[in-house]
Ligand binder design. Structure first.
Ligand code: ATP
Ligand code: MG
Length: 182
């Protein structure tokens, strides 16, 4: 069993300081008034795991994800860490973490870096590791607002592609295309 145990958000969107969001096994509900940052927690998950574009995280561009109230310092930084708990062998738990840091200069240029257990990695390496946990950018590990309506209005071929994705077949199809291209 794999589950996300904790999210740590630092200066990400509406989260000014550093906030830890614990997720228990089973079902977790986040409740709060409108605009209090519930959906921003999901955006943080998409951000750290490299699963969505800035639009997917409801921002015009990546620098908009950094908390606006960081004062007048030279470089603004946002970071999110997602900690997974992996139970490979019965009772043998270990943690595995992914961090993404976004640094934005005063001029508006930015850099974005990913880390696995604190060691820098590329997005391709991260996706390779995440696919072993059956987390895919094209997958439905995170179901966003509008996704369900989208599925209902799809044609048969598009709906079939979702089943391929869920069954894990699509990943092999992508590898075949990749191998043919190289
Ligand atoms: P609802 O119940 O309406 O869905 P919600 O709890 O999901 O609300 P979010 O969409 O997570 O709310 O949060 C929206 C808030 O986040 C807005 O008040 C917006 O101003 C704030 N916000 C977004 N980006 C930033 C940022 N970069 N810096 C500071 N605040 C931000
Ligand atoms: Mg919301």
């Amino acid at each position: 069993m794999v589950h996300i145990k904790r999210l740590e958000l630092s200066h990400f969107k509406s989260f000014g300081g550093t906030t830890q969001v614990p997720l228990l096994t089973g079902f977790t509900v986040v409740s709060g008034p409108n605009g209090s940052g519930k959906s921003n927690i999901l955006d943080a998950l998409l951000f750290a795991l490299g699963l969505a574009s800035s639009k997917g995280m409801r921002a015009e561009r990546l620098p908009d994800l950094v908390n606006h109230n960081q004062g007048n310092r030279g470089t603004a930084e946002a970071s999110v860490t997602v900690t997974f708990e992996i139970d490979e062998v019965e009772g043998d738990l270990h943690e595995w973490s992914v961090t993404r840091k976004l640094r934005v200069t005063k001029q508006g240029t930015y850099t974005s870096n990913y880390y696995i257990n604190g060691a820098a990695c590329t997005l391709t390496e991260l996706h390779e590791q995440l696919s072993q946990l059956r987390v895919y950018p094209e997958g439905y590990n995170v179901v966003l607002q509008g996704d369900v309506t989208g599925i209902i209005s799809m044609n048969a071929k598009e709906r079939r592609e979702i089943i391929d994705e869920l069954a894990g077949v699509a990943n092999f199809d992508r590898k075949i295309v990749q191998a043919k291209d190289t």
